[in-house]
Design a binder for this molecule. Structure first.
Ligand SMILES: C[S@@+](CC[C@H](N)C(=O)[O-])C[C@H]1O[C@@H](n2cnc3c(N)ncnc32)[C@H](O)[C@@H]1O
Length: 273
């Protein structure tokens, strides 16, 4: 089933570096919202390079455990190169599909927390993945979803041509059968999957010129678009000249002393009854 789903950004070394940068920018906010107390067992679907899995493992401590499930062998290879343990934290990675996670019979219904970030937006059947997360946790266990809602991005002052480029980028999700607006639907997905949605929030993900991290946010944005270029052009979502003009304009905009990026990651938590 999931062999049909496409991961827009791919797993090239440059995209892996972008994902590592993204983790540096967002992990602190994600960890604060997650609020692990220590000792939890956590299942993470679509664990990518494993950065956040390791952060969660450190927070869960010696008596905790994090299991990351990732479909791509290349991502897993990088994840396994990272230090498996720090401060006695335990983290493991398994190759598998988020729609049919390779859990052992005794693991189903045993996790305290199931977490997925930036995964559902890349799936054609996000509800199936959330159902598996609900099945994986014990009664009373938490299911935490974090994902994009691309429509909330605001750049000011607006770079020339950027609005059309961003619209084309959002359409590319639909072309692949995925949902660029999934962020706002996270509580509904939890409900449909049999969990009780109990909390939602935004994690701010933005910066302005003058802040030391602004160049990193701009880099993430330009690289996200660069990694989608082939899909955008192959599906005629934007012309080649318009793509390059908008990218040039975005890079120039990044040098303005008044440039600002406002963006947020949608966050929702449910509980298994
Ligand atoms: C944008 S990355 C996010 C990685 C990680 N969750 C993070 O926040 O850094 C999405 C990851 O999901 C993986 N992925 C996509 N579809 C998948 C599926 N059906 N099952 C398991 N992993 C999948 C991709 O290979 C990629 O590593």
């Amino acid at each position: 089933m999931s062999s049909l789903s496409s991961y827009l950004h791919g797993t090239s070394p440059s995209e892996q570096n972008r994902l590592a940068l993204l983790n540096r920018l967002v992990n602190r906010g994600s960890l604060a919202e997650l609020d692990l107390k220590g000792g939890e067992s956590v299942l993470e679907l679509g664990s990518g390079l494993g950065h956040f899995a390791r952060e969660m493992a450190r927070q869960a401590g010696r008596s905790g455990w994090v299991l990351g499930i990732e479909r791509s062998a290349r991502q897993l290879h990088r994840a396994r190169q990272g230090r498996a343990s720090a401060h006695g934290a335990r983290v493991d990675f398994r190759r598998g599909d988020a729609l049919a996670p390779p859990l052992r019979p005794r693991e189903w219904g045993s996790f305290d927390v199931a977490h997925a970030r930036f995964l559902l937006e890349h799936l054609r059947e996000p509800l199936q993945a959330v159902r598996q997360m609900v099945r994986s946790v014990r009664p009373g266990g938490r299911i935490v979803l974090e994902d994009d809602d691309h429509d909330v991005l605001r750049l000011h002052p607006a770079p020339a041509g950027f609005a059309s480029l961003w619209r084309a980028y959002m359409r590319s999700f639909r072309v692949l059968g995925n949902d660029p607006d999934i962020g706002r639907k996270l509580p509904a997905l939890l409900h449909q999957a049999g969990a009780e949605p109990i909390r939602n929030s935004w994690i701010f993900f933005g910066s302005c010129a003058g802040h030391r991290d602004f160049p990193l946010f701009l880099q993430n944005l330009t690289e996200v678009l660069a990694s989608a270029r082939k899909t955008l052009l192959a599906h005629d979502l934007i012309t080649t000249p318009s793509f390059h003009a908008a990218m040039r304009s975005l890079r120039g905009w990044g040098k303005r002393p008044d440039a600002a990026i406002f963006y947020s990651i949608a966050w929702a938590e449910g509980r298994r009854p």
